[in-house]
Design a protein around this ligand. Structure first.
Ligand code: PLP
Length: 260
């Protein structure tokens, strides 16, 4: 299940998640949190879904269809995060359950449009992170959430430790925005071991939805029974190929295209 926002341009959000779920052989279910008004040039507005409607979507699917693994993307506000935390807890979704939860702490679009209220950061950190099997922030999100500015391998390790201390079973610090590097170094940490994942950097401006696609592929691999390190390694390969096959769309940034 994806618990996330809709992208009218079809590149990111629940549309990217559902594409990945289907391509990886899984039936995807959705709890929509917000409807964004968006094209390849950015997000021009969004409407939040009522928190009780978000919980009802999760509950009604869990009670009938069942959920193999879940991910969160855009959550928009503190009341929506509270509703998601309460319902996931009630429905047995999260770390230390048989239904893993991937938390992609979406704060803004690549164009800088805010997708999470500033007032929701504490709720994200204090209530949702402790429920996560793995959190997958990019470097801007790491700075907002932990205050750590990642500029090199040492600070990336500090960030991973700071994220882990917030309570997830694993923290993934995505290095894709470390522009100085020719590689895209991601770092995964479980409080004991650092695992580095290096992939070639794909030089493209068509990377809309890359973060969502990575988190969705991790979710699928977890649903298929992979361990977290294997799921992340698989998803990284998936999104790297998706970036290599990304296509232009509109006048701005086209979407990743994980059709391989
Ligand atoms: N819109 C929605 C609904 C999203 O969930 C996201 C990212 O998670 C975005 C837009 C931003 O995607 P990008 O950072 O690729 O612009």
């Amino acid at each position: 299940m994806t618990i996330a926002g809709s992208d009218s341009g079809g590149g990111a959000g629940i549309q990217a998640d559902m594409r990945t779920f289907a391509l990886l052989g899984l039936h995807g279910c959705v709890a929509v949190t917000a409807v964004t008004v968006q094209n390849s040039l950015g997000v021009s507005g969004f409407q939040e879904i009522a928190p009780e409607t978000v919980s009802a979507q999760i509950r009604t699917v869990a009670d009938d269809i069942g959920i193999g693994a879940a991910k969160t993307g855009m959550l928009a506000s503190a009341p929506i995060i509270d509703a998601v935390v309460a319902q996931c807890t009630d429905s047995g979704i999260g770390r230390d359950t048989s239904t893993p939860l991937v938390v992609d702490p979406v704060c803004a679009s690549m164009h800088g449009n805010q997708l999470l209220a500033d007032s929701a950061l504490d709720t994200l950190r204090d209530k949702l992170f402790p429920l996560a099997t793995v959190v997958t922030p990019n470097l801007d999100e790491v700075r907002l959430i932990t205050g750590v500015d990642v500029v090199d391998t040492d600070s990336q390790r500090d960030a991973a430790k700071a994220l882990f201390d917030l309570g997830p079973a694993w923290a993934l610090v995505k290095g894709g925005h470390l522009r100085s590097s020719d590689h895209s170094p991601d770092l995964l940490y479980d409080g004991a071991e650092f695992i580095e994942l290096n992939h070639e950097r794909i030089d493209t401006t068509h990377d809309h939805g890359a973060g969502d696609t990575l988190a969705a592929a991790i979710t699928c691999a977890l649903a298929h029974g992979y361990s977290v390190p294997d799921a992340v390694a698989f998803a990284k390969e998936w999104v790297t190929r998706g970036l290599a096959a990304a296509y232009p769309l509109g006048a701005g940034h086209g979407p990743v295209n994980p059709l391989w």
